[in-house]
Design a protein around this ligand. Sequence first.
Ligand code: XMP
Length: 326
Amino acid sequence: TWTMLNIVEEQVERIRAQVGGKRVICGLSGGVDSAVAGALVQRAVGDQLTCVFVDHGLLRSGEAEQVEKDFVAATGATLKVVDAQDQFLTALAGVHDPEEKRGVIGREFIRVFERAAREVVAESGRAGEEVRYLVQGTLYPDVVESGGGSGTANIKSHHNVGGLPEDLRFTLVEPLRELFKDEVRKVGEELGLPAEMVWRQPFPGPGLAIRIIGDVTRERLEVLRAADAIAREELSRAGLDRDIWQCPVVLLADVRSVGVQGDGRSYGHPVVLRPVSSEDAMTADWSRVPHEVLATISNRITNEVREINRVTLDVTSKPPGTIEWE
Ligand code: XMP
């Protein structure tokens, strides 16, 4: 539509005016926002841009592979993949406070980007050049909920807004800062991104780390990843992908309860299913997922993931609950 075309043209102009002939990097998370932001900057400044996908070990199963394939195919952008799993897990060791987790993750992201920026310059063979600009897919609601809007409390420091280090060396390029999610999706379509990418359900940058209530460890991540994959598979199979805004699966890693599994007593962890419907994530309602679908998810998770012996459903709207548990 003409409005989306206008937004694209206006942002392309603004990006060109901001970065001139300088080199830019863009952090891709696998989500809609960073993909659309990256595609806009690619449209504006072409191969001055290098996209960086950070595998921080907090991703869902299959996510890294998808970005590597789909985004490059759709945009032709230069992509650098960084395996930073050990770095993030080490930095997160022993951290259980939600805001502290976001702070650590935001900081490690920036370290990876700084390293990537130096490599981009080295590889370009033009010593003395510097990457000064970092693209982020920050949306209007992220700014508001991180306390950036006037008169709003800080609800959560979104890792790419409130969680940035004070001594940030990059100037941020944030072409989606005034947009809501539905507009971002339309801009993505306008830019020719594939439907699977544009209509993907939101997934937070800090990933599974903020869905493990307690410390984040490799073992806990594996357990949650397995449960999450089952929930996603069954919700898709039931045709609910577009009805549900997103469905976090939350691992209550410090809670244990007694159950009977297989041959006898178990003492495992609960997971919480948090399917919600929403327009813009500022408010949300819990989704009325059919009982049979919930039953299948519950049976499969408790049968297939040994460490989990209880599946619960979150029936809280936002407010008072937020969508993510942390
Ligand atoms: P809440 O939990 O605040 O979430 O109701 C609203 C939306 O934002 C996502 N979310 C995040 N996204 N970095 C992100 O990129 C973050 O730190 C973050 N925290 C929450 C959440 O998945 C939901 O879509």
